[in-house]
Design a protein around this ligand. Structure first.
Ligand code: CTP
Length: 412
């Protein structure tokens, strides 16, 4: 992506030190970063650190460098403003339209997307004043990330932790790539997402697996949660991906475990997104002890039996009236062309065969779709609509998929 001008606002919370990683990641991605801390932020991290990381001067007040009119100019020139951490006080001042320091003045002058990454104690996050302030900022078009749950300062735990720097910069890049705000339009929608590859055991130490990294499914879960959905993520093998903030994660190993987890959670879900790479086959028998070379149990071949098709079974259950809450089912297909037809030919047939409402299609081949951070493809809908998904990050692709889900949810 072409270099952009990004303002990183830092409010005064203990998580201010994590803003350093955000600044570094955005600078390393080639963007021009201007850091605008509050006075209290400088109680936690010194101006010299922010200046060294951004290569730009750091000011907090509106009476410094007055001839340059920084309280107006910084905001006017920004392509994006990220406030991390955004404290309860900073959110309140932003809602009130205060301009009593350089950061709040900048927030009043920007016309670009605004991303707040809140961090505060759970009580503050859940206080009606903060809840109302967050709702107001979202109604005005700002993106206010859901904080992560976990250990806070001191011994207490709960929602209020600053989302990890990776998560913040992922959304920063997403807002720059989309060029518009991310709507907060999925409140009240329950979305079940499966991600990653399943592992079919042969013995206690070996399995048959696949190359799925889980990144695409995680990105869908992350974006849907930040658009307000209540998200449960059923995660297979995902190579150590961090849990997305605000998402309930259920871990599974085999295709049978994935099937059971989907059956358990599907009745409450309104949307199912089957991004997992579910093994079609499993070994017919699993050895209780490790299979040894040269022993009587040494296999000459592995017999396989068919796993249930979870997507098809869920579509059937809905058709049979067993899932009255489920209105949108999304399948994924990684396809190659062959002598019978191209990728889209096979994908259209799969959409018909599976009976889902949307099918996300990736063309697979060398360096495409698996284990990489970017993707492209098509989104085929049961009503015949076909949308090409532009090449971009898996997060950008997830946001396009969630756009289509939100449109179907909105039509109901
Ligand atoms: N899927 C599933 N259960 C399976 C296999 C696949 O729910 N046992 C889901 C995947 O999560 C994905 C979709 O079905 O959303 C398509 O997966 P794919 O492997 O392409 O489908 P298959 O029916 O196995 O098609 P093919 O005949 O091309 O292997």
């Amino acid at each position: 992506m072409a270099a952009k001008r990004i303002v990183v606002g830092v409010a005064g919370g203990i998580a201010a030190y994590k803003a350093c990683s955000v600044i570094r990641q955005l600078s390393e991605a080639g963007h021009q970063v201007r850091v605008v801390p509050t006075e209290s932020a400088l109680q936690f991290v010194g101006a010299a650190t922010f200046e060294a990381l951004s290569g730009q001067p750091v000011r907090t007040g509106v009476f410094e460098d007055v001839p340059e009119v920084p309280h107006v100019r910084i905001g006017q020139q920004a392509d994006l403003i990220v406030v991390a951490p955004a404290t309860a006080d900073l959110l309140a001042r932003a809602v009130a339209g205060r301009a009593d320091d350089l950061l709040t003045a900048t927030l009043l002058t920007v016309r670009c997307p605004v991303l707040f990454a809140p961090a505060m104690h759970t009580e503050m996050w859940q206080h009606p004043a903060t809840v109302a302030n967050v709702a107001t900022l979202r109604a005005r078009g700002a993106v206010v990330l859901e904080p992560a749950a976990g250990r806070l300062t001191g011994a207490d735990t709960g929602p209020g932790r600053l989302p990890e720097p990776d998560e913040i910069t992922t959304f920063a890049e997403l807002l720059l790539a989309r060029g518009d705000a991310l709507p907060h339009d999925l409140s009240g929608t329950r979305i079940l997402v499966t991600a990653g590859g399943t592992r079919e055991p042969l013995d206690p130490v070996r399995f048959i697996g696949n190359r799925s990294s889980g990144k695409q499914g995680y990105a869908v879960a992350r974006v849907a949660a930040q658009r307000g959905a209540e998200v449960t993520l059923i995660a297979g093998n995902t190579a150590g991906l961090a849990d997305p903030a605000g998402v309930e994660v259920v871990r599974i190993g085999s295709a049978a475990q994935l099937r059971d987890a989907v059956s358990k959670h599907a009745p409450e879900a309104n949307v199912l997104v089957m991004a997992a790479a579910v093994a079609d086959f499993r070994p017919a028998s699993v050895s209780a002890a490790k299979i040894k070379k040269g022993s009587d149990s040494e296999p000459s071949s592995i017999d396989l039996i068919r796993n249930d098709d979870v997507l098809a079974a869920t579509v059937r259950a809905r058709t049979d009236g067993q899932l009255p809450n489920m209105h949108t089912i999304v399948g994924f297909a990684a396809e190659t062309g062959d002598a019978n037809g191209d990728v889209l030919f096979h994908a259209r047939a799969k959409l018909q065969r599976k009976g889902c409402d949307l099918l996300v299609v990736n063309a697979v081949g060398e360096g495409r779709a698996f284990e990489v951070d970017s993707n492209d493809g098509w989104l085929l809908a049961a009503d015949g609509t076909e949308v090409a998904l532009e090449h971009g990050s898996k997060t950008l692709m997830a946001s396009r998929i969630v756009d289509s889900i939100a449109a179907l949810v909105g039509d109901r």
